[in-house]
Design a protein around this ligand. Structure first.
Ligand code: NDP
Length: 392
């Protein structure tokens, strides 16, 4: 039985709180802390058992340490924004608390996802006897586990990896993002990078696309190649991979809006002066767009996220597709959230459970695929994200 602190009270934070509250035998006590305490209180009011809430600025290490010393959780689940990863890791080291997150650190002034900043904490966490688990959402997270599971049970060597993230859901807004708009738009407007023959190859954003037919009648969608952070850790930890690509589905409507917003400069992250005040165009745009946590009741349809993994088994070439399908409305019925936050929040709860149950407690900084996928995959089936493997 353990106490956890969830930092961040957005779409994902809400799901993590619901799922932790459902597993009382592991998550004995729950604290939800974020910049705006009323959002923590609103989540707390939805839960079936009492939790504590607190206000914290996660950019401020002394403030975080003070709260951690008062509450004394065993683990922090960081579902604030990627900008806060390092300050929360610093505070965890100072207060002697285990750490986990769902997205890698990104500096506020450069749209650049890289693990180097967090990997640099390896020795500090090891010396402190603390575990830091990186990327325990869906992608990264479940997709890394899918790859690790196929590597462990189905193939001797992985050669090709395609991670395919299809959101077949519709929220009815002309333009909205399914998770934090700032992070989402930074991600999709960035240059594309994929792994090929030992190096990352850079191409124009959204320049490569194809049709993909999802299984079980979810439908056929246009998917676009883009860079995603798990490509960096997976190609490092599976050096036999010759080519690794990440694909995501986008509607014509989303892309049309995004193109205009990029062209007029609304997605810029450099501050500009407006009527005597400095504003960041992308942060202003975020203020205009619907909050992802409000999309739950309106989103209908399914997500289908998985990995196509090709490689060798006993000298023979084999290809497997491992995936999960998740229904937006079913998620809403269960935890009052759409499937994007749900598919992120459930693996975050499971990653935390793995640490607290000592299955993954190991001093140091770990990408999720470095840990045993079996207990995690078992819990995916148990806690709302069942998966299937098919041979193609
Ligand atoms: P939201 O914008 O809905 O929520 C972010 C929360 O963090 C808000 O409650 C916000 O507070 C809080 N926050 C921001 N800055 C601070 C700060 N300085 N101090 C304290 N709290 C802060 O985002 P999501 O819930 O959609 O996403 C959460 C995280 O999950 C992100 O890092 C995102 O990248 C990641 N993610 C990962 C996915 C995966 O599959 N791996 C998929 C989707 C998301 P306030 O309300 O006051 O702004």
């Amino acid at each position: 039985m353990s106490k956890v602190m969830i930092i961040g009270a957005g779409g994902v934070g809400g799901v993590v709180a619901h799922k932790c509250a459902q597993v009382a035998e592991v998550f004995d006590e729950i604290v939800i802390a974020s910049r705006t305490q009323s959002k923590c209180d609103a989540i707390a009011a939805q839960l079936s058992r009492p939790v504590t809430t607190a206000k914290v600025d996660a950019d401020n290490v002394p403030e975080l340490v003070e709260l951690l010393n008062i509450e004394k959780p065993e683990l922090v689940i960081n579902v604030a924004l990627p900008y806060q990863d390092l300050t929360i890791m610093d505070a965890c080291l100072e207060a002697g608390v285990h750490y986990m997150d769902t997205a890698n650190y990104e500096p506020l002034d450069t749209a650049k996802f890289e693990y180097k900043w967090q990997w640099a904490y390896q020795e500090k966490f090891e010396k402190a006897g603390l575990t830091a688990l990186l990327g325990s959402g869906f992608d990264p997270g479940a997709t890394n586990m899918f790859t690790a599971y196929i590597a462990k049970h189905y193939l001797d060597e992985i050669h090709y990896l395609d991670i395919i993230d299809v959101n077949g859901g519709d929220h009815g807004h002309p333009f909205a993002t399914n998770f934090n708009p700032e992070i989402n738009i930074r991600e999709v407007s960035a240059e594309c990078r994929h792994w090929e023959n030992g190096e990352f190859v850079t191409t124009q954003p959204m320049s490569e696309s194809k049709q993909f037919e999802c299984p079980e009648g979810v439908g056929t969608y246009h998917i676009y190649r883009m860079y995603h952070e798990e490509l960096e850790s997976l190609t490092k930890h599976y050096p036999t991979i010759k080519k690794a690509q990440f694909w995501m589905s986008f509607s014509e409507n989303y892309l049309k809006h995004l193109e205009v917003l990029v062209n007029v400069g609304m997605t810029g992250i450099e501050p500009i002066e407006f009527e005597g005040k400095e504003i960041v165009p992308l942060q202003f745009l975020k203020a205009l767009l619907p909050e992802p946590s409000t999309l739950g009741p309106r989103t209908k349809g399914k997500t289908c996220i998985g990995c196509i993994v090709k490689g060798l088994k006993d000298g023979e070439e084999k290809t497997y597709y491992i995936y999960n399908i998740c229904d937006h409305q079913e998620c809403y019925q269960e935890v009052q959230s759409q499937a994007i936050s749900y598919t992120t929040g459930v693996p975050a709860m499971i990653g935390a459970k793995m640490i607290l149950e000592n299955k993954w407690k190991k001093p140091g900084v770990w990408n999720i695929e470095q840990l045993d996928p079996d207990p995690f995959m078992e819990d995916m089936n148990k806690y709302g994200l069942p998966w299937k493997v098919v041979e193609l």
